[in-house]
Design a protein around this ligand. Structure first.
Ligand code: NDP
Length: 364
């Protein structure tokens, strides 16, 4: 049962580039943000610091001419957020209530009240949902099947082995290239005959002699034995539907990510995939006082630098809201912390009591 109640002006969920940038800005604005992080858990795919913690070289984050390792970059983000007084809490949030402000978040041991909430809970790797993929003992997950080459590639089980990477995007190219450090051969198995990955990542993979592409196939099953782990993948040729087996000792699934928004289902507007909807001009969600930033609301750019940028926007949006300044909603209306609505055409102000006032310009 929860024992402690906390109340903060700004609560941030998530500790990737978006959450930590929001924390840096909110802390520097003297708002003493509380940042809540999920504890590291391999099964639930949570890593404090987010997806960059499981990345190798980051070559495109501005300010690092020679590149920087993902985990090192996140340590710097975190230190910067700590320096200005961010409070950190590593706990699972079991439930949120966003119906009234302050919003309420429940963990196993605490009830946390938030005047504003910044959601930066990121995204997690997607799975194919095929036989053999589930965690052991139901499949080979953890015994030859992984969704993170950087985490698992260096393990002895994958060294000097034939490995399969599934997918045709940048993640698949990055994982395949990384795995050639350890593997004897890497097969990139893709369902089409064209990659989605950026040109530069494609070319890097094409140039790598250890990488071989298997085009136009779906992975039907991961096969193996409990003693030996994975021994192959059963593939289905897209052209003639024929099945064949590709021998390998490891499989890395790299088919994209799913936004971490299960906690908010039914409370915040989302798109069909589950990305939180925000207003184009701001990070506001349909709930006044709740802001979303980073990969949880961005299905288009999904870069560390764009996540950091929207984290900054979310902090400024929440600060404005706390300052009783109107914040623009996805509907185009503006809403203040007191519950005043300014219509999308900016003609009317509807007060919290329902009074309708003409929105006259301020006299000179
Ligand atoms: P993407 O969505 O870009 O690519 C996913 C790939 O997996 C696609 O090729 C897709 O096939 C395939 N796929 C999806 N679902 C299935 C399925 N059910 N069965 C078989 N194949 C499937 O995801 P990524 O994670 O690769 O990239 C996401 C974003 O992150 C991108 O913007 C990317 O640029 C960025 N990124 C950047 C990196 C860097 O700069 N270092 C590294 C990694 C990612 P299809 O093409 O047929 O749809």
């Amino acid at each position: 049962m929860p024992t402690e109640e906390l109340h903060r002006q700004v609560v941030i969920i998530g500790s990737g580039p978006a959450g930590l940038t929001a924390a840096i800005y909110s802390a520097r604005a003297n708002l003493s943000p509380l940042l809540i992080d999920a504890p590291a858990d391999a099964d639930k795919q949570t890593t404090p610091g987010g997806q960059l913690m499981i990345t190798t070289d980051v070559e495109n984050y501005p300010g690092f001419a020679n590149g920087i390792e993902g985990p090192e970059l996140m340590i710097e983000f975190r230190k910067q957020a700590e320096r200005f007084g961010t409070e950190f809490l590593e706990e699972w949030i079991n439930k949120v209530d966003l119906q009234s402000r302050p919003f309420t978040l429940h963990t196993d041991s605490r009830v946390i009240k938030a005047d504003t909430l910044i959601i930066a809970s990121g995204a997690s790797a997607k799975w194919l949902g095929i036989p053999g993929e589930a965690k052991t003992p139901n499949g080979f997950g953890g015994n030859g099947v992984s969704a993170c080459a950087t985490c698992d590639g260096p393990l002895p089980a994958f060294r000097n082995k034939r490995l399969v990477v599934v997918g045709g995007g940048d993640t698949a190219m990055e994982e395949a290239t990384f795995l050639t450090r350890y593997a004897s051969r890497v097969y990139v198995v893709h369902r089409r005959d064209k990659l989605r990955a950026s040109k530069i990542m494609q070319e890097k993979a094409f140039r790598n002699e250890k990488i071989e592409f298997v085009w136009n196939v779906d992975v039907a099953e991961i096969v193996g034995t409990p003693e030996h782990g994975v021994t192959g993948v059963r593939l289905r040729n897209g052209a003639d539907g024929e099945h064949f087996t590709l021998d390998c000792e490891g499989v890395f699934i790299a088919i994209g990510h799913k936004p971490n928004t299960d906690l908010f289902v039914g409370q915040i507007d989302m798109d069909t995939v589950g990305y939180l909807k925000t207003n184009g001009h701001s990070t506001s969600t349909n709930i006044p006082g709740v802001f979303a930033c980073g990969d949880v609301q961005d299905s288009v750019y999904r870069q560390a630098v764009t996540a950091a940028g929207t984290g900054c926007m979310a902090a400024i949006d929440s600060e404005r809201f706390l300052d009783h300044l109107p914040v623009e909603m996805p509907s185009g209306e503006e809403i203040t912390i007191e519950g005043e609505h300014i219509t999308a055409d900016r003609q009317l102000i509807i007060t919290a009591t329902g009074e309708i006032i003409q929105n006259e310009p301020m006299p000179e």
